[in-house]
Structures are given as C-alpha cells and as structure tokens.
Design a binder for this molecule. Structure first.
Ligand code: ATP
Ligand code: MG
Length: 445
C-alpha cells in the first residue's frame, strides 16, 4: 500500500478523552473513530489488525477441531425467556421492539441461540462431540464504557460452545479450549495467563479467565511468577488425545494464579516470597463448563448409547477479539507509539523514501516494494512528499515492527537501512538482503 493513496487519518494532538495509552494511540494512529459512547468505526488500519486477530483465532479454533458458523446479532426475547435469563440479565441487555411489537434483543452472548440450533438438529450421541463457534458483534450496555475498545458497548467476540454426551467429554472440551487459547494468545505476541475465576451471569463452576498483566487492567490478580516462565511454543498437539490436553492444562494450572474473586490468602502466602506477585490485568478471554444449565430448561436432549434421553453437557468459551487490540498495545508500546508483534501487525514492513521525487531513490523504492510483494509481504510505502522526521514519526506511531529506509546517501554505496521498531537498532545492507531478512522474520509467524 502506498501511503499517499491510503486512508490513515493520524492525529497530531493527544486526544483529551483518552485516559490510557492504547486508547490514545488507537485514536492518534487513525485506527478507530468513536460514533457513540462505546461504539466505534474501525478505520482501515484498525480494521486490518482486527482482521489479523480474527484470522489467528479462526486458525487455532479450526486446528482444535471446532467448527465456525455465524449467528445473527439480533435475537428473539422468547429464547431468553426459556432459559430464564431475559429477566436476569438486567440493564446490560439492549432490548428492542420490532414493528410487530415482538421483543428482540441485541445479543450479549449466544448460549440460548446455539442451544436452539443444537436441539433442532442433533438428537443422538453419535453426532457428538460437537463444538460450534462464531466471531460476531455483541452488545452490552455497559454502565461505564471506557478505555476505547477495551470496554466497549458494541464489541467483537469469539464465542464457542461445546456439546458433549457426558461430563468427562465436556471437561476434555474445556481442556481443548484452554490449550488452543494458550497458542492463540502467544501467536499474537501476548502472555495471557489462565487464572481460576468466579463465574458471572453465564454460570457454571469450572471457569478460567485469561489475563494479560498490565497496570491499566481492570482486574486484580495474584500469581506465582513461575507461571510467567511457561511458554507454549509450537508444540504439536493431538486435540483428540484427552491425556495430552489434560497434561498441558495441568502444567498451566499448577502454579498459583487467581483473580481477586477466587484469591485464597493462605495458599498465596505459602508461595516463596520472591515468586509471590500481584498485579492489575486485562481479561482477554474466559472458558466455562456449565453442564446442563441451558440444555435442561431448553430441552437439548440426546439419546445415549444405552438408549436413554439425557440433556447434553455444555460449556462456552469466549475471546475478546476487539478488546485484544487494546490489550496488545498496553503490553507493547513505547513513548513514540505502538509496537505491533509480528503476528498481528497491519503491514509487515514500512518503506520510507527519504527523498521523494529523486528519480534514483523513487526507483529503488519501487523495486523494493515489488520485491517485498513478491515474497507475499505487505509493505506500507511512505511515498508522501514529507520531511524524513515526519515520516519516521508516523511509522513509529503506527508501530510496524520493521522499517526499510531508502535514501540517496545509502544508495550511493548500494545500501538501504533495516530498522527494528522494538529495539531501535538499524543495520545497513543491500536491498535484496533486506527483503530476504524481512521474509525470514515472517516465516513461521
Ligand atoms: P468483563 O468482566 O471485562 O466485563 P465478562 O467476563 O463479562 O467481561 P465474558 O462474558 O467472559 O466477559 O466475554 C468474553 C470476553 O469478551 C471477555 O473475556 C472480554 O475479553 C471480552 N469482553 C467482555 N465485555 C467486553 C466489552 N464490554 N468490551 C470489549 N470486550 C469485552
Ligand atoms: Mg469473563
């Protein structure tokens, strides 16, 4: 993409309404525009990152054997009357009446609807296990929408639902989700720690939240620092293997890690003092096992291998897709702007032309641009007629992890400069070497 043809409405001033760094940088980098409290348009740069995050979520869910579908944002109130949640959910639910005076709502989550789909089409244990998920906009009329996309009213969530014949199988589904989430967050460059949590209105006894440590987080957490040393890496997992998934879950749930709601001061005090940590943190996901909470009242029943009719065992599993942009920026920035992890960056590399209009420099940039594209890399080429300082400031603000700088002085000795946004270190090399280096960096990301 050439910057001169792109839509990147960068703000020079710090927007006064933004209290935390991720909100400030998302506005300044022209990623989002607020349309109403907690409701945002996603401008091209923000939309690109959102799509990258979604893509990672899809890939990891599909690897785990989970099946994507898409349910609507609007739901009939009657479904929620069946589960009893229409009255329980309270003012966070946006209630709507259509022209026929039918009660509708903008879905805050989808347990009822997915249970309705299930009961309409599945009635035998032979069709289980089954996990369906979607990535769809939700609406929760939060009392205090704030921090930009971090606590929106309209927000994008991945929510998945498992259906299993018995508790053991459902617990395997729970483990499968935990394992797939560990890899999902790591691919986004995040350390998201599973912590034992208390269940909210969705219900259930068995639940973990995934938390990213950050001073601006809204949760308070307590943990053994041993858990922050764990890395999932690129291990190959057989998601059908119950023992293997359970072992990974054990590895990640053995060190103490809890939110304030489940915190146990006595267990915490027994952790060696040097490893005893507490922090603020951002909730980026949550998994639940809740058994027959919805299947029983809603009649989602299957015939088991003994010919008995039993309510199906369920769980639900959410990832805060739009909140993740804020969480990633909170975890990865400096005083000049965002520093995108390679896994989610909107463009792979920035290309800065130091002397726009100089025919040799322009030609060298064009060659680089094409060479990068030929390696399936997407460059953002700053081809504007601007001072070098302004071009660098824009690149630093929008946070592309790599930058190639091209100017007449370097070209005279056949060199361009490759700069890491994270370390700030630059290296001179030929244009071909720069392309090869950037391609190698993104291999395996
Ligand atoms: P919170 O405690 O932050 O209000 P929640 O526990 O009510 O969130 P869940 O029902 O667990 O949320 O939803 C799954 C994920 O969706 C959360 O882990 C979070 O990352 C994201 N999420 C929830 N509410 C919002 C919101 N208002 N804006 C953006 N993302 C949200
Ligand atoms: Mg939650």
């Amino acid at each position: 993409m050439r910057l001169s043809r792109y839509f990147l409405p960068v703000l020079k001033e710090n927007p006064s309404e933004a209290q935390i760094v991720s909100h400030r940088y998302m506005l300044r980098a022209g990623m989002i525009k607020q349309q109403a409290a907690g409701i945002y348009s996603w401008l091209p740069l923000g939309y690109k990152v959102l799509r990258r995050i979604e893509q990672i979520v899809h890939e990891e869910q599909i690897k785990a054997g989970h099946i994507p579908l898409l349910m609507p944002t609007l739901q009939p109130a009657d479904l929620w009357r069946e589960s009893g949640r229409y009255d329980d959910y309270g003012e966070e639910m946006l209630r709507i009446t259509d022209r026929h005076k039918r009660d509708m709502l903008y879905g805050p989550t989808n347990e009822e609807m997915i249970t309705d789909i299930f009961r309409a089409h599945v009635n035998s244990y032979k069709d289980l296990p089954l996990t369906l998920y979607h990535i769809q906009w939700k609406f929760r009329d939060e009392i205090r929408p704030r921090f930009g996309v971090m606590r929106g009213r309209e927000f994008l969530m991945k929510d998945g639902y498992n259906f299993d014949i018995d508790v053991d199988s459902a617990l395997h589904a729970y483990n499968r989700h935990m394992v797939s989430y560990l890899r999902t967050y790591e691919r986004m460059g995040l350390k998201a720690i599973p912590m034992r949590a208390a269940s909210g209105p969705i219900g259930g006894d068995n639940t973990h939240e995934f938390l990213v440590l950050a001073a601006t987080g809204e949760s308070e957490v307590f943990y053994d620092s041993a858990i922050t040393d764990l890395a999932f890496g690129d291990r190959v997992v057989d998601f059908d293997n119950r023992a293997e998934c359970a072992a990974i879950v054990r590895e990640w749930t053995t060190p103490y890690a809890r939110t304030d709601e489940t915190h146990d001061a006595a267990i915490y005090a027994a952790i060696p003092e040097a490893r005893r940590k507490s922090s603020r943190a951002i909730e980026v996901g949550q998994i639940f096992f809740f058994g027959t909470k919805y299947s029983e009242p809603m009649g989602a029943v299957v015939v088991n291998d003994k010919g008995e009719r039993v309510p199906v065992q369920m769980g639900s599993h959410g990832i805060g897709v739009s909140r993740l942009l804020g969480a990633i920026i909170e975890a990865s920035h400096d005083d000049r702007g965002i520093i995108w992890p390679e896994g989610v960056t909107p463009f792979h590399v920035g290309l800065v032309n130091l002397k726009q209009g100089d025919s040799a420099t322009d030609a060298a940039c064009d060659v680089l641009y094409k060479a990068l594209a030929a390696r399936s890399l997407e460059p953002l080429y700053d081809d504007r007629d601007e001072r070098a300082g302004a071009k660098f400031a824009t690149m630093d603000l929008i946070g592309l992890p790599w930058r190639i700088t091209v100017g007449p002085r370097g070209l005279a000795s056949g060199k361009v400069e490759l700069t890491s946004r994270r370390t700030g270190l630059s290296e001179e090399m030929t244009a071909e070497d720069a392309v090869a280096r950037v391609a190698a960096i993104y291999e395996g990301v």
